[in-house]
Design a protein around this ligand. Sequence first.
Ligand code: SF4
Length: 200
Amino acid sequence: MKSPRKGERNQPFSRREVQGRSVLLHACCAPDCTTVLEWWKPLVERLAVYFYNPNVYPPEEYARRLEDMRVVAKRWSVELVEGVYEADVPSFDSAFAPYADEPEGGKRCGVCFELRLHASAKKAQELGYDAFATTLTISPHKSHGLVNATGARAAAEFGVDYIPTNFKRREGFKRSVELSRKLRLYRQKYCGCRYSLPGG
Ligand code: SF4
């Protein structure tokens, strides 16, 4: 990871870490991906989206989010790599269970980032991308510091680069709301896991 130059510190990402690269972008959902594809599509040499979110419950909700992800990938003409949905595999559920009572942003989310970003780093290595990143940092509810630290650890383990971001900057989140409206995307009412369901 290169240290930011003067003038880059308040940017959502470092342009020189992205330009001309081969990047696998982990997408948490279609709306959050819109802004990033608008910014990165003209810059990245080889760009694909990886939809890996087995944290999402129930399966109908997952299917709905994936459907919109396909719409967004098509809109920006990027390849969509569809991850496995492990609804029947208890890995996420059993990892979350001890943190059932944690609020969003607490320890459960740290575990959730870890599982998704490790899988993304592994996929980037398998598919021959030299770097990966995630749209998770666009969410006003998520700490970009924690997401980036987790991503960097995963990258080191699999021998790829991680591109640190804070997509909330330059009104990234606001732009995602505008683009989602324009594309008539479904905007989910909760983060994803069963514990984040309203009344869950
Ligand atoms: S609230 Fe969101 S980030 Fe946190 S564990 Fe649930 S799905 Fe993952």
